[in-house]
Design a protein around this ligand. Sequence first.
Ligand code: MSP
Length: 609
Amino acid sequence: MLRAVLRTLGHSALRGPRQQVFALGSRGWCNGGGGGDGGGEGRCGPPRAGDGRACFTTPIFYVNAAPHIGHLYSALLADALARYRRLGTELPQGPDPAASLVRFSTGTDEHGLKIQQAAAAAGLTPSELCDRVSAQFRALFQEAGISVTDFLRTTEARHRRAVYHFWEVLRARGLLYKGLYEGWYCASDECFLPEGKVAWRPGPDGESRPVALESGHPVCWTKEENYIFRLSQFRDPLRQWLQDDPQAITPDPFRHTVLQWLEEDLPDLSVSRGNSHLYWGLPVPGDPTQTIYVWVDALVNYLTVIGYPDSEHKVWWPTTHHIIGKDILKFHAIYWPALLLGAGMTPPHRIYVHSHWTVHGQKMSKSLGNVVDPLTCLDRFTVDGFRYFLLRQGVPNWDCDYYEQKVVKLLDAELADALGGLLNRCTASSLNPTGIFPVFSTSCFPSMEGVTVAPTKAQPEDYALVRSVSALPLQVKSYYENFQIYKALEAVSTCVRQTNGFVQRNAPWKLNRENLADAQWMDTVLHVTLECLRVFGTLLQPVTPALADRLLSRLGISETERGLQDIGFLARYYGQPCPFEGRRLGPDTGLLFPRLDKSRARLAKVHST
Ligand code: MSP
């Protein structure tokens, strides 16, 4: 009975040419119609990211409530990708060289009904609420080491200018018309819903009420005249984009979801609301009775931060990587690319999608009282510890569950015991009294496995370690390229374990420094181990920047020797000079990562007394 009805109200004064052709040209993405300003080199041809530039974005966060660990996870994934990209970039000289090739933006999404209602409920003006919560996100990201180069608020003037420009381009290209929209609207999710996505469920008072099927949030029936975007024209171009660029949306199951959506009904999209319901937003240019739909407003943030509408954006847009949660896939993978194509631009270069964190198996929500405060976690587990946990345990393809014991167990095992223990053992003055990066002996560890002439000491497992750690940087690179940061960390952790096995097997503490052969082998074992640690430290920088800095500093590796181009493992084994050999190690600054679960230490004390 209740059905969304979209009805065109004849010719609007605002309407431009009715039909545009959006198709693939022989060289890639082109728009057939004139009048757009996607402009210049960005208009035809597939997106290029060839000159080493990259722009990473997080979603911009709603300011209706304080940040939680799910928000931090979105930002951390983007941060690790941006930091990894910087590591691999030969930086030009300049005051802020990193910012010149890698951009990274985040910010807050401050307009819309959701914020308007949250402010009213909190007894604040929307602008007071925005200032308060936006500052909380900014402080959290600063605390967590999120290395953004821009933090955008949608209430800023530069953003208003970008949105108005974008709107005008769509209007001039005949893609907006005025029509009657009638259907369900969910203020919490800020989206329109077809009848099939709405269910009736008992509310807090026991009365049955309509809710969004997926999120469970209440919905309202809306009927009003709006501006409408001709989304339905974009089904084929969107399908073709995803067929031509199989990596456009990663992981692949999410690309399939989008392709599936494109098989379903794709009605035109209402892109404004009457300002009598929604006053907290940007008025439609030339029609102050209407407010621009918050998702159009929000999505344009990705252009604002690269300087749109000024021509600067044209070099950055083809390199943009969006990191988003699965709940906002449709907005980013259907509405946004369609709006961009409509404006004469290319779809985003990459959309990386992640799943959600639950807490003890339940969705996090204020009403359940199970929202995990990220600042408390950073404080309890340290910044590096919590960053490591979320990125090591967070698998983009499916939801992950959070509970404290899991964090303690993982960090104690992998950072405190395995990595910290390894560094501690191999830099201790008992084993390395001179504090010098020890010399590698090619006769103890010849580069040809199987050479058995004395005094060769290395065994097949030792060669296996060299092979694993030599392969690690490329493995990690491929995991980063496929948005599998958790796998990169798993691979590092496996190598750390293997290195511990190497040290344990060769037990340098049992060797006698007075004996030349023993001393040579001891130094070789320590040299190999410190080289492994250098590779691990270099590769961990995007995830645990402060811990990696401590580790590399302890090894005496200077800041200019920590890029991916400097990683070359065990040069001496491969017949090359090693720049670190014979160099003084850095000062001992204590434990790399203190154990969180002190009970084992306490237990050991009890037993020893
Ligand atoms: N304002 C929109 C995004 C507009 S982008 C043009 C929005 N904001 S949000 O604050 O609700 O969500 C921001 C990000 O946090 C999304 O990527 C979302 O998926 C992510 N998360 C929200 N809850 C989450 C979890 N429980 N777990 C992991 N990520 C979660 O949507």
